[in-house]
Design a protein around this ligand. Structure first.
Ligand code: AVI
Length: 321
């Protein structure tokens, strides 16, 4: 603003469009309409996502939790002693809590998230349950962050990235993100990653097209958000939720399909839709143990150990640089 920047004089230039507006317009005017999946997580979207995690059909959360509870002592041993655990996109920090409780003399826990409320709540919880642990929340977008602030020399760091969040990045983006993590790590530092595996497409598609229509509500909430924040006029009933597994790309794609020819007003634009035309709203990449090892290697990590469930639906993997 003019106040913060004394060199800018003259009349107000009007608020520049924010990043959300720019991304929405760029996405909806592209040949294959698309919206970045990070925008699925406004307050309502985050709440719906929590409901997804409890669905019978959405096996990911439950399976990851199963692997953790069966192998927690093993995993903690692999991470070693005196470790600073860093969790990008930590949210409520629920997954780190039992791990930190069993790790041998962890140095500190650094959860990173864009939501200060949720981080401060988590810190209060840790103060009660693990008072001796140093918890230093960092507020911000971990994909944009150059340092996360453990500058103590000699501390081993382990980056904790569960939930198969890595799957929501393309292979190139995933490699870039892991390289970005690696750039802040020293030789011998670790990465503990939770990743959903390639499996029967029926199982995969059911997870993203659940019979309770919670994922549909999650997907459509993005249109509701655009209506609210950009004054758009999407008719939610004129779009349907579509999720399918693409075996060549090894990913589940989520789309919103227009049920008729229509024009939608978004910001100052009128966006045309043909019947059957879709907005691509999310990719959820699935890995094999081989494709995961290859991703890790490309990003400069060596896989040390991995743990799967008995169905081989999901993997937790520990790697070091
Ligand atoms: C957060 N992420 C790992 C979820 C996934 O499975 O890709 C997001 C999600 N989208 C639909 N359902 C869940």
């Amino acid at each position: 603003s003019a106040k913060e920047n004394p060199s800018s004089v003259g009349p107000e230039e009007g608020t520049p469009p924010n990043e959300f507006t720019k991304d929405v317009i760029a996405g909806l005017t592209a040949p294959q309409k698309t919206l970045p999946c990070k925008y699925l997580y406004d307050e309502a979207g985050s709440r719906i996502f929590e409901q997804i995690c409890e669905l019978e059909d959405y096996y990911l959360t439950r399976t990851e939790a199963e692997i953790f509870s069966s192998h927690l002592p093993d995993i903690a041993k692999e991470l070693g002693t005196g470790v600073t655990l860093i969790e990008p996109g930590a949210g409520n920090c629920e997954k780190a809590e039992p791990l930190l409780a069993i790790m041998e003399s962890p140095e500190a826990y650094i959860p990173i998230d864009i939501s200060p409320e949720i981080l401060l709540g988590a810190r209060a919880r840790f103060e009660a349950s693990q008072p001796e642990l140093l918890v230093r929340p960092v507020i911000g977008d971990f994909t944009q962050m150059d340092r996360w602030g453990d500058e103590e020399p000699g501390n081993r760091q382990v980056v904790f990235f569960p939930g198969s969040t890595i799957g929501n990045f393309t292979h190139q983006q995933a490699q870039n993100l892991l390289q970005h993590f690696a750039a802040q790590m020293a030789p011998g530092d670790g990465l503990l990653l939770g990743v959903d595996l390639v499996k029967d497409s029926v199982v995969l598609e059911r997870a993203y097209h659940d019979d309770r229509h919670v994922t549909e509500a999650f997907n459509k909430n993005l249109l509701r958000r655009i209506n609210r924040e950009l004054g758009a006029d999407f008719d939610l009933d004129a779009f349907s939720h579509r999720a399918f597994y693409h075996p060549l790309r090894q990913r589940v794609e989520m789309h919103l399909v227009s049920l008729k020819d229509q024009q939608v007003r978004v910001a100052d634009l009128s966006i045309p839709f043909l019947e059957g035309e879709s907005i691509h709203t999310e990719n959820s990449h699935k890995y094999t143990l081989e494709s995961l090892a290859s991703l890790l290697n490309k990003a400069g990590f060596q896989q040390k150990h991995y743990w799967t469930d008995t169905n081989n639906h999901y993997v937790i993997c520990y790697a070091e640089i």
